[in-house]
Design a protein around this ligand. Structure first.
Ligand code: FAD
Length: 501
């Protein structure tokens, strides 16, 4: 088949949340021509395959692209997110990205959208509909926005054997099953499993008929503390201060997590089990209370096989029946790719540059690309913050985020951008609060000034101590000496935009 050539300034492979945030910022801030390609039929990446009851677990207010709001400004009045900023559903997110494409990106005439095209290792986009081949040429940069490799149950089946006659469903299939079950068995300990448990309870399934196979326990963020909107300004800054105070006063790593839990910053479903997982999952306290109602928790490792009458796990077996519905919630989620530079000559590899902030990070990287030229300068502003997996990553993410933000805070040219960015929700909010004569705010700021340096220094010490047995993993970004130097350099006597976390 004939091969044609399609040339643009930027070729973005992947129209998920990251590719879309980059395309949006490049389209807004440059006059570049952009090609954006995805093998899916619609923009939005993994959200297109998500189960019907999925929602963002962090507020809509700072998810998506910079140029278009996803939120309506609502505080939820009902449900398990009551009193907090709204959380867009999967369907709303997909519709949003369709609007971003149709109303923001395409009308300008500089963006070409190639859905249903797979990009091969030679840079050829092959239509999945008619097989046509287009060689993609990036005059400026090739943006690889496929790195997340998001794995959800609908696209990544169970990694255990399932015998004939066993009902094992994805969460999507669960909503289509429409047959009462003798009992439900949830397989997995992550956010998808939590959503499924809440969905079953919400649909009147008795808590004692649910078996939850949870190979590992996770530390969970408390949604009440990640609400950077005006109604929640005090509690948001208060949480940042409390995190730093917990770190400053921690005598050891276990003591740090105990303090974070006591301050209700981190939570776990079962307070008697030590978490070995941390993946930035966010739940409300009301959701946590519901999840704790499920008492039949199996901790015998991972499932190896589900048979008609038994489930075989790493460390034992449990009974089941043909009448039980088993729900596969054990896809990998967000696997961690290798740490690498964001700017690599003609190639950009977007990664987090602030903790747990995929869309802000993508927009920021695009802004840096649009406004700066020197590659080492660009990389210095965009050092990757790793995707967390284990509790120690809480420290690694904080320290690398602090290091990046320290660099950003020294750049006057970035401050306006932060202020105007909907995805960087903190700067504009805190600046507004600073301009009001509010004694409570002033007190919080003064606590932040006092604790920021000591808190970060103690985090670095705790990480160094833990690195004794785990040095390789924590040195994935910079050396220990570099991390410490950045902590020492942090200005502790004044607050500037971009310095908050
Ligand atoms: C259930 C769930 C809930 C989440 N909730 C939140 C939240 O509340 N807040 C938050 O900040 N984050 C959340 N996340 C994290 C989330 O992963 C990111 O927000 C973001 O959606 C990831 O986007 P992405 O573009 O990196 O990846 P993806 O969505 O995986 O998109 C990558 C795209 O690349 C395409 N692609 C890959 N290879 C090729 C190829 N060779 N050719 C063509 N196309 C290709 C894929 O088809 C895909 O569309 C959640 C994640 C999950 C799984």
């Amino acid at each position: 088949m004939n091969e044609t050539t399609l040339e643009a300034d930027y070729v973005i492979v992947g129209a998920g949340a990251v590719g879309m945030a980059i395309a949006d910022t490049l389209a807004e801030e440059t006059s570049a021509r952009i090609v954006i390609v995805d093998r899916r039929a619609r923009p939005g990446g993994h959200w297109n395959d998500a189960y019907p009851f999925v929602r963002l677990h962090g507020p809509s207010a700072y998810y998506g692209v910079n140029s278009m709001a996803l939120e309506s400004g609502r505080i939820d009045q009902i449900g398990l997110n009551v009193g907090l900023n709204e959380l867009a559903s999967g369907a709303e997110i997909c519709a949003y990205y369709e609007r971003v494409m149709q109303e923001q990106l395409l009308p300008g005439g500089r963006v070409t959208w190639l859905p249903m095209h797979d990009v091969d290792e030679h840079g050829v986009a092959v239509s999945l509909v008619n097989g046509q081949r287009q060689r993609l040429v990036a005059r400026r940069r090739w943006v690889d926005a496929t790195q997340a490799d998001t794995q959800v149950p609908a696209t990544h089946g169970p990694r255990f054997d399932v015998a004939d006659g066993v009902t094992c469903l994805t969460p999507t299939e669960l909503t289509q099953w429409q047959q009462p079950a003798a009992g439900h068995v949830i397989v997995g300990g992550g956010k998808t499993a939590m959503d499924t448990a809440l969905w079953l309870l919400e649909h009147g399934v008795a808590h004692d008929t649910i078996t939850w196979i949870r190979p590992r326990e996770a530390w969970l963020l408390n949604r009440a503390h990640v609400q950077p909107t005006p109604a929640f300004a005090h509690q948001t800054l208060g949480a940042i201060v409390a995190e730093l105070e917990a770190a400053r006063d921690a005598t050891s790593l276990p003591d740090l997590f105990a303090r974070l839990e006591a301050a209700r910053l981190l939570q776990r479903i079962d307070p008697t089990v030590q978490p070995t997982m941390y993946r930035c999952a966010i739940v409300s306290e009301a959701e946590l209370a519901q999840l704790r109602r499920i008492r039949n928790v199996v901790r015998l490792g991972h499932v190896r096989a589900i048979g008609i009458d038994r489930i075989v796990l790493d460390h034992g077996e449990i009974p089941t029946t043909a009448g039980h519905v088993h729900v596969h919630c054990s896809a990998g989620g967000l696997p961690r790719g290798p740490a690498q530079a964001v700017f690599q000559g003609k190639r950009i590899v977007p990664q987090y540059v602030r903790r747990c902030s995929p869309t802000f990070s993508a927009a920021f990287i695009a802004h840096v690309e649009a406004t700066l030229f020197d590659e080492s300068e660009k990389n210095a502003l965009c050092e990757p913050v790793l995707v967390p997996q284990v509790p120690l990553d809480w420290l690694r993410m904080h320290l690398q985020t602090a290091k990046n933000q320290m660099r950003w805070s020294k750049r006057d040219d970035l401050q306006d951008w932060f202020r105007g960015s909907r995805l960087e929700a903190y700067t504009g909010l805190f600046e507004r609060m600073q301009s009001e004569a509010d004694p409570a705010w002033t007190a919080l700021q003064s606590r932040l000034r006092q604790v920021r340096g000591p808190g970060l220094e103690r985090m670095a010490e705790l990480l160094r101590a833990a690195d004794g047995g785990d040095g390789q993993r924590s040195s994935s970004v910079g050396t220990a000496a570099e991390r410490n130097r950045s902590v020492v350099l942090l200005p502790t006597n004044r607050l500037r935009h971009g310095e908050w976390l």
